[in-house]
Design a protein around this ligand. Structure first.
Ligand code: MRU
Length: 354
């Protein structure tokens, strides 16, 4: 079986799929050396995969969380509706606690939970939770293709586009958001080259973005994070497109650490900085004070593989995300079109139109 045969809707890498009461996913900790599939039989195993970044990227963990609930449902031995609902609530909390910043995780869980009241029996709940999780995974691909097309109109033939972290097939079910735009440009027949930043310390740029673009034969060059300003100053970048983990109604964008620096440098060199994200990444309720920025382990910074690259005893800060303020964002590419400033007004208008 190749990865793609399981998902006839996508010709690209498929990161996660439902398979005979189990969840299969690419183990992203093994990339780029090995393209290995893990099978999760319980929601606890899936929660562990999210925590240790075997699956990561906001839309992918949203779908993974929904599939976690589906695993909980199908494995349940409950004989009453109240009992299976209790089990699902416990799974909801375990899955929600895996990572704090990407809002898609909660969105995936809430989307499944909203439906539960409709069903009477344990069997109905099992069947429908699985069906809804599979539907979410299929919709993710369709949404990425739509936003990819909108974003493609922003790109001129021959453009060089920089991206940070991985907002590709590997960060979604397939196709990607920022890299979905790149794929759509290529499908339209325009020439495009990508500059990927390494994205220290977890290296999503070199391990994942470079991997999937090389895999799909899309022109890509890899640079150290520290080279962004130099390339921009030397007019080697036409546009920047990144993904997002959470976007507030004000247009504040939470994304991989380093995104803010890239946005500031883009502004100072007059390079348009775009964000590509589905509407499931928007959090219209919270303010910046309420969002938790995930702090990850110090070993991500002190070691490269098994080799120590910092002295024992040094203090480490390792925030996994940062916030890019709206004045640095030229536009937000969604499946409903591109949102331009002023964001407060135009984000609301997109949601009012749904
Ligand atoms: O820590 P990660 O790898 O989950 O962080 C991922 C990112 O920051 C991505 O840019 C974001 O989730 C957008 S994915 C379409």
């Amino acid at each position: 079986m190749t990865l793609d045969q399981k998902n006839p809707r996508s010709n690209y890498l498929t990161t996660i799929f439902w398979d005979n009461d189990s969840v299969k996913l690419i183990d992203q900790t093994k990339l780029p050396e090995k393209l290995e599939i893990i099978t999760c039989l319980t929601y606890q195993e899936l929660a562990h995969c999210i925590k240790r970044l075997a699956i990561r990227g906001a839309p992918a963990i949203g779908v993974a969380a929904a599939m976690g609930l589906a695993l909980c449902a199908v494995k349940s031995k409950a004989t009453s509706k109240s009992r299976i609902l209790e089990e699902l609530k416990s799974a909801y909390h375990t899955l929600l606690e895996t990572r704090p910043t990407a809002v898609n995780l909660k969105w995936g869980l809430d989307t499944i939970f909203r439906e539960l009241d409709k069903y009477e029996t344990v069997e109905e709940i099992k069947k429908n939770v699985v069906a809804s999780a599979i539907k979410l995974s299929q919709e993710d691909i369709a949404i990425n293709k739509k936003l990819g097309k909108f974003g493609s109109d922003l790109i001129k033939d021959g453009d060089v586009v920089m991206t940070h972290c991985n907002a590709g097939a590997l960060a979604t079910v397939s196709y990607g958001t920022a890299l979905g735009v790149i794929r759509s440009v290529k499908e339209s027949g325009k020439k495009i080259s990508v500059i990927a930043t390494e994205t220290r310390p977890v290296m999503q740029g070199s391990r994942l973005t470079a991997f999937e673009l090389v895999h799909d034969e899309i022109d890509v060059s890899l640079i150290p994070d520290t080279a962004v300003g130099h390339l921009m100053a030397n007019k080697m970048i036409d546009k920047v497109i990144v993904g997002a983990d959470r976007i507030l109604r004000t247009g504040h964008v939470y994304n991989k650490i380093g995104t803010y620096q890239v946005a500031l440098l883009s502004k100072s060199h007059g390079i348009p900085f775009y964000v590509a994200a589905p509407l499931s990444t928007f959090d219209l309720k919270s303010s910046t004070e309420e969002i938790t920025i995930e702090e990850r382990s110090v070993e991500e910074v002190t070691k490269i593989g098994d080799k120590r690259v910092a002295p024992a005893g040094v203090r480490i800060f390792n925030p996994a995300f940062d916030v890019t303020p709206p004045d640095l964002v030229a536009g937000i590419i969604t499946e409903k079109g591109i949102i331009y400033p002023p964001y407060e007004k135009n984000v609301q208008a997109i949601f009012d139109g749904i």
